[in-house]
Design a binder for this molecule. Structure first.
Ligand code: ADP
Ligand code: TRP
Length: 329
């Protein structure tokens, strides 16, 4: 069976971008593939969170994974830092990664701009750690949003390079996976760019009903079309993208016809989107509350996940050590 791995950094609550970009695929894939999902807490150190931040965010994301429907019996969930073998593979991959190519990664350049006082080596080698997460499990498919495409290319490059350097056919090249036929980029509620934690334009999975409605009703729009069949400006296109995700293609088509006939009332469209967002989120919200107060269950899920992931990781590391020429330990 094909193997699947993916993870998210614990840096706050999950939002709709994380859900449609990644977690929805996790839930769908667990029935068809050999899946493992993890919480990328080592990656989160690149932005220097406090110990309290880390502890709370790990628990939050785990509760949210479970609330979205990941079943740890089908798809073990582990915390990255519980599986120390990943660090060894990270080291080996670092030795075959070149400064120039790492410096050219867009998300690295972005971070240099955003946190000029903290351009640490972990940020530079972020793609190596991500590749270690993936290659460790010999994953075939990795469900991620569009923004992770470049990191995925690096993972494939590192797999190929390792094989070439050692003259083996050992690592497979992992493919990105999207539940729709193309990568999703969920737009933010401010009509520009992508929905993201740091952008302040998010709908969180744990937002209450009133907040969801308020945020959607306030989503940025324009004065409406002034010509029949006119091309949509970016803010409006983004609203339609969100509408299709929340309310489905039929609803989006219906409002699209109204837009083309210049009869659209954004308020009506948003009301439907808010109602559908609440239908989607209400049960998830309820389950987040239940899971996050069940420490014993969360502990058990993390422990069992770590055991399964470590067993697989140990096997890979033994093989990799042998390929590189190190002694068996
Ligand atoms: P954030 O941008 O809020 O920090 P992350 O970068 O931690 O989110 O992303 C975690 C996962 O969610 C990744 O797989 C990423 O591709 C996906 N993701 C995040 N935001 C979006 C978005 N707006 N659209 C699609 N996928 C997204
Ligand atoms: N870079 C991913 C993000 O920001 C998190 C991540 C780390 C990841 N390692 C991974 C995703 C391995 C998929 C596979 O969301």
């Amino acid at each position: 069976m094909e193997r699947v791995i993916s993870g998210i950094r614990p840096t706050g609550n999950l939002h709709l971008g994380n859900y449609f970009g990644a977690v929805k695929s996790f839930v769908k894939m667990q029935d068809e593939y050999d899946c493992m999902f993890f919480i990328a807490d080592w990656h989160s150190l690149t932005t220097h969170p406090t110990p309290e931040n880390i502890r709370n965010s790990v628990k939050t994301i785990l509760s949210e994974y479970l609330a979205c429907g990941i079943d740890p019996e089908k798809a073990p969930i582990y915390v990255q830092s519980d599986v120390k073998q990943v660090l060894e593979l990270y080291l080996y991959l670092n030795m075959n990664a070149y400064l120039g190519e790492l410096e050219r990664v867009t998300s690295f350049k972005e971070k240099v701009r955003k946190q000029p006082d903290n351009v640490n080596a972990g940020l530079l080698t972020y793609p190596c750690l991500m590749a270690a997460d993936i290659l460790m499990h010999k994953a075939d498919k990795v469900p991620v949003g569009k923004d992770q495409e470049q990191n995925m290319e690096m993972a494939r490059l590192f797999a190929r390079r390792f094989n070439r350097i050692y003259g083996v056919e050992y690592f497979r090249e992992p493919a990105s996976f999207h539940f729709a036929d193309k990568a999703v980029k969920v737009p933010g509620l401010d009509g520009t760019g992508k929905m993201g934690k740091s952008e302040g334009n998010c709908l969180y999975l744990c937002d209450d009903e009133k907040t969801v409605t308020k945020k959607i009703m306030r989503a940025v729009t324009d004065q409406g079309p002034t010509q029949l069949n006119q091309e949509k400006p970016e803010v409006i296109q983004n609203l339609f993208t969100l509408c299709e995700l929340l309310s489905g293609k039929e609803a989006a088509d219906y409002y699209n016809d109204l837009y083309n006939n210049m009869q659209i009332r954004y308020g009506d469209m948003k009301k439907q989107m808010a109602a559908d967002a609440n239908t989607l989120l209400a049960p998830i919200r309820e389950r987040i509350l239940a899971y996050s107060s069940d420490d014993a269950l969360l502990e058990k899920v993390m422990r069992q996940g770590a055991e399964k992931a470590a067993a697989r990781a140990e096997k890979t590391i033994e093989e990799v050590r042998e390929i590189i020429g190190f002694r068996k330990i």
